[in-house]
Design a protein around this ligand. Structure first.
Ligand SMILES: [Zn+2]
Ligand SMILES: [Zn+2]
Length: 333
């Protein structure tokens, strides 16, 4: 069988041995779809360091092929999504019930391959959700975590900076709340168009003249109750506090590389009573994400699909910036 991996900004496909069930609680899964994550694109572009032979694939759906002896919750033929993280259950954080902060977290980010073996605790039933949309569950859990940190309440004015895959997914979620409006700032015209078609109230081009002025004017110069920085651009992160209203909340969704530092005026933070947070992955959202997904029409976010043998072309396409989600089809329906 074959796997896809990244080596020095080059995509390779390599023949590897079939995985085998070693523990009674293991499950063998045939991968159906794997979506390319923004972080993987950063590594492909050389914007994040990952060393050589970086294995890719943490946004994955598939079908159960075989189960270990003690597996009771899954059977062959079940459509599943594979989670990125599995906690150990034994460390001090797990014993406090804070599984998210497990000290021995097992991270499964090498699943761009035809078949995988993983513990049953890493799997979630997809139920009626298609396998194609199933590979977008992991990003959806991140978007849910982001929106929960932003705590939207009725009548809020919201600004999302960045209309890529995550910005648009966050937009779709925000529109389920009774917010006053959701404005999206995004340089790519195709993505601005998509934001409007999903229901954004207004879009802005960050490279336009008077961008800051226009964005402020749309909030009656009062700022936005919620600003979500989802572009991953350090330049956008730097100006994001400027758009937050007094008492507002600022959430940094993006990954800005390991060494990016933001300078903040702490008096203005105090004076504006601004609340700032980031978004850390949590497996606790998977069950609800799968149930919520049908309301979000996730398939609208998939703008490119390639057979996995054309992974190199898929990454190249994703790199053009014109795509939202690009998925690799391993053995999809
Ligand atoms: Zn991801
Ligand atoms: Zn643990």
């Amino acid at each position: 069988m074959k796997k896809v991996f990244l080596d020095n900004q080059q995509i390779h496909i390599q023949e590897i041995e079939e995985p085998v069930i070693e523990n009674d609680s293991d499950v063998l899964v045939e991968v159906s779809y794997s979506s390319i994550c923004g972080y993987e694109l950063m590594i492909y572009r050389g914007q994040a360091s990952a060393g050589s032979n970086y294995e890719v694939g943490h946004e994955v759906s598939g079908v159960v092929l075989k189960t270990g002896k003690s597996v009771t919750d899954f059977k062959p033929g079940d459509p599943v999504v594979v989670s990125l993280n599995t906690h150990c259950g034994n460390c001090s954080m797990c014993r406090r019930g804070q599984y998210n902060y497990c000290l021995n977290m097992h991270v499964e980010s090498n699943n761009m391959r035809e078949r995988i073996v993983c513990p049953q605790t890493a799997l979630y039933h997809l139920h009626d959700l298609s396998l194609r949309e199933g590979c977008l569950i992991e990003p959806l859990t991140m978007a849910m975590c982001c929106v929960n940190n932003a705590k939207p309440s009725a009548g809020d004015r919201v600004l999302v900076l960045g209309g890529g895959a995550m910005g648009l997914l966050i937009l779709k979620l925000l529109l389920l709340y009774p917010v006053q409006d959701v404005a999206v700032a995004e340089p790519n015209p195709r993505k601005r168009e998509m934001a409007l078609s999903f229901g954004a109230t207004r879009t802005f081009d960050p490279y336009a003249d008077k961008y800051m002025e226009e964005v402020s004017k749309f909030s009656d110069n009062e700022g936005y109750n919620i600003v979500i920085e989802a572009s991953g651009s350090p330049a956008s992160a730097k100006i994001s506090p400027y758009f937050v209203s007094r008492g507002g909340r600022l959430v940094f969704f993006g990954l800005y590389g390991m060494n990016f530092e933001l300078s903040l005026n702490l008096f203005s933070l105090y004076w504006n009573d601004m609340h700032i947070s980031a978004v850390y992955p949590s497996t606790s959202y998977y069950v609800d994400a799968i149930k919520l997904a049908p309301r979000l029409k996730l398939q609208e976010l998939i703008t490119g699909e390639f057979p996995f043998e054309q992974a190199e072309e898929a990454f190249r396409e994703k790199d053009t910036g014109n795509h939202v989600k690009v998925v690799l089809n391993f053995k999809g329906e």
